[in-house]
Design a protein around this ligand. Structure first.
Ligand SMILES: *Cc1c(COP(=O)(O)O)cnc(C)c1O
Length: 387
């Protein structure tokens, strides 16, 4: 037991204790918050099987906590297949959703027992001709979403008008199409795009059925939001219109989803330490041991800004600059952030840092990535206990 189990692992005293024991930078993940986020989404979409997308936080202890909650999983790479295999997740609970795959990727997933894949173009359908007895496919359809922070339909997905042709090609190759999928884009501001896409897919599925091909799955992707500096719609009202739209699907079609961000983002905080400071012009610059090349990479790739605070936050707050540790001048986390005067060794915490942060961090300049600590009621699930 590293912490008193009654402590909130995100409270200041707990973070100080963890950083004293494990050093800095850290990504502290709270297993209880992970469970809570998963349960809230599962309760808001009770008819939908939830495949947690590993991409935003591909960590074994996270997978194990969600596995024990009953989650299924959404994988896209051989590394992710290997991670769920090591976590002893049953392959029937996994789908492989990368629309563009090498033959070796398909073979690796099939060998692990995963048999559902995603395609969005004729060449990809043809790759499955030799696996026709083992694999079933979902066709990913693109619905452009200029409102989403990350519009994933720009890079993947076929036009709705191409679905029929792809099904025809698959049938001519004796390859089984099991359903449709879409991803409206991450951090959707409201459920309107999900609802619109579900309605469009319901129409496509009905037309397909009329021509004699019964589809059985609609995969509604991810995109469910998380709070950062601004509160978003809570997950229950976000999902209510989605649930209503799903109720109108043709009979025999079951819905699945691929949530990532909404489950892990609020379940982790980033902890870093001031390694130096300098007065430049009229401002203090603080140099942390984590930055844009580390856990704050989501600042760039994910267009996210995290609520950041000093752990010992007394005194007057002054406009300050928060920089990362590398020698690159781009490595500035915040150009203008109100902070109390910090000393070397003080700790800084970023909230809502579970998604697309540590996952996209590098070790540029040999500054190590944050150590991930998954804390479960006082215990650390993975990692050495130095005490
Ligand atoms: C990244 C990704 C997800 C997760 O999306 P979130 O917006 O984080 O929920 C789900 N499915 C696919 C195919 C993805 O690429």
């Amino acid at each position: 037991m590293v912490l008193d189990p009654s402590w909130d692992p995100f409270a200041a005293e707990a973070i100080h204790r963890l950083a004293d024991l494990y050093g800095s930078p850290l990504l502290v993940v709270d297993a209880e918050r992970l469970r809570d986020r998963y349960r809230r989404l599962a309760d808001a979409l009770p008819e939908v099987r939830l495949h947690f997308a590993l991409k935003p936080l591909p960590h074994r202890a996270v997978v194990e906590v969600l596995r024990d909650e009953g989650a299924s999983f959404d994988l896209a790479t051989n590394g992710e297949v290997e991670l769920v295999r090591r976590a002893q997740v049953a392959p029937e609970r996994c789908i492989h959703t990368h629309p563009i795959k090498r033959d070796a990727d398909i073979r690796t997933a099939l060998a692990a027992g995963i048999d559902t894949f995603v395609v969005d173009n004729p060449d990809e359908v043809r790759k499955f001709a030799k696996y026709r007895r083992q694999a079933g496919l979902l066709i990913r359809v693109a619905f452009r979403n200029p409102g989403a922070v990350c519009d994933l339909s720009r890079k993947f997905g076929c036009d709705p008008a191409e679905v029929e042709e792809l099904i025809g090609l698959a049938e001519s190759l004796d390859v089984r199409i099991r359903g449709l999928s879409f991803h409206v884009g991450s951090q959707a501001p409201d459920p309107a795009m999900h609802v619109e896409a579900i309605e469009a897919c319901a129409g496509l599925i009905a037309r397909t059925a009329a021509r004699g091909t019964a589809l059985e799955i609609l995969d509604i992707g991810g995109g469910f939001p998380a709070d950062y500096c601004e509160p978003m719609l809570p997950i229950e009202p976000f999902c209510a219109p989605i649930r209503a739209a799903l109720a109108a699907l043709p009979p025999g079609v079951r819905a699945i989803a691929e949530p990532g961000r909404t489950i892990v983002a609020p379940a982790a905080v980033g902890v870093s330490t001031v390694m130096g400071r300098a007065r430049r012009g009229d401002r203090w610059w603080y140099y942390l041991d984590d930055g844009l090349y580390g856990s704050y990479s989501g600042r760039l790739y994910d267009h996210a800004s995290y609520p950041i605070e000093a752990l010992n936050g007394g005194g007057e707050r002054l406009p300050s600059v928060l920089a990362g540790p590398t020698c690159d001048s781009i490595d500035v986390i915040e150009e203008d952030i109100a902070l109390p005067v910090l000393a070397i060794g003080d700790r800084v915490v970023g909230r809502s840092m579970g998604a697309y942060t540590w996952a996209s961090a590098s070790e540029f300049n040999f500054f190590p990535k944050a150590t991930v600590l998954v804390v479960d009621r006082g215990r650390i699930l993975v990692g050495e206990d130095p005490s």
